[in-house]
Design a binder for this molecule. Structure first.
Ligand code: F6P
Length: 324
């Protein structure tokens, strides 16, 4: 049997561990693994390599994806998808292992519904926004990286008694910003699911300072607004108080996505890769490897594609309650 493996969309730490594990657990099951370069683009442009035990050596500790990734716009067009299906058929590829986030799972769903290529998905996104799973590969690394960065920002925030807006990634799902705020003891978190008037933010900052807080850290999700926009609105409002507040911004950006995977992401990636091969052997088409009730298990890709993850507001209130 011939299986193609690819990483698509935003890279996340732990993808290499998943590829390594899939390649090595496939070898005694008569499965040949082909790695497509730069995700779906590699299928369209005939860019692939044969993978064996040695080609996946020395990658478990590396961030990013050694197969490289892309966001392939041509795949939105059926004409190009048809070409991709033909190319896979010509090369004798029966299955694809697609590692990525929501966008990649949408593509995976197209394969399942439009072609004879079978698919198993492995989660790979720092956003942890795929419906049906409690965890996505790379989340823990991103969370830890952002935590370490804000710990450093806190030192200078304290020393100067400043207010900091730290913009973090997570797209339109607030879990990553929320967890970063919890882990850093930040005073406020602003997530796309629950918007509040900027005037309320100013009042909260003033309240924290009046209660003797030396500094205030606001973790801002990129999906809420940009740090520059918030600074523009918040700055004049903070000038309305008798105390003087100094406001600074910091955009963490892509620093959150790279770097050596945490032990958890190496292990989760490894178990996901192994489980993906297990599903292929069992001929279970259309599933991805997720975490449910803290157990790694297959979940329908269709379920992930047709639903949106939500977040409880009580967590935001809890953060504010304990940072007083
Ligand atoms: O989906 C992962 C992610 O890092 C998001 O958090 C972020 O919004 C986006 O990708 C950034 O994408 P790009 O690297 O293409 O700018």
């Amino acid at each position: 049997m011939k299986v193609g493996i690819l990483t698509s969309g935003g890279d996340s730490s732990g993808m290499n561990a998943a590829i390594r594990s899939a390649v090595r657990t496939a070898k005694d099951k008569n499965i040949q693994i082909i790695g497509f370069i730069q995700g779906l683009k590699g299928i369209l442009d005939d860019k692939f390599v044969e993978l064996d035990d040695r080609s996946v050596s020395g990658i478990i500790e590396k961030g990013g994806t050694f197969l490289q990734s892309s966001r392939e716009p041509r795949f939105f067009d059926y004409q190009y998808r048809k070409i991709a299906y033909q190319k896979l058929n010509q090369n004798g590829i029966d299955w694809l292992i697609i590692i990525g986030g929501n966008g990649s799972f949408n593509a995976a769903h197209k394969f399942i519904t439009e072609s004879n290529i079978k698919v198993v998905g492995i989660t790979g996104t720092i956003d942890n926004d795929i419906y049906g799973t409690e965890y996505t590969l790379g989340y823990d690394t991103a969370l830890n990286t952002a935590t370490q960065a804000i710990d450093k920002i806190r030192d200078t925030a304290y020393s100067f008694g400043r207010i900091f807006i730290v913009e973090v990634m997570g797209r339109d799902y607030g879990l990553l910003p929320l967890d970063i705020a919890f882990a850093t003891g930040s005073e406020l978190v602003l997530i796309p699911e629950y918007k509040i008037p900027t005037k309320t933010i100013a009042q909260k900052v003033h309240l924290y300072k009046s209660k003797g807080k030396k500094h205030v850290i606001i973790v801002l999700s990129e999906g809420y607004c940009s740090a520059f926009e918030l600074e523009k609105e918040l700055s004049p409002l903070l000038k309305g108080y008798s105390q003087e507040y100094e406001l600074k911004i910091c955009v963490l950006g892509h620093i959150q996505r790279g770097g050596a995977p945490t032990s958890y992401d190496r292990i989760f990636g490894t178990l996901s890769g192994q489980k993906a091969i297990e599903l292929i052997v069992e001929d279970k088409n259309g599933y991805f490897i997720g975490l449910k009730n803290n157990k790694i298990q297959p979940i329908e890709i269709e379920l992930a594609v047709k639903n949106k993850k939500s977040l409880e507001h009580s967590l935001v209130s809890l953060l504010e309650e304990i940072s007083i």
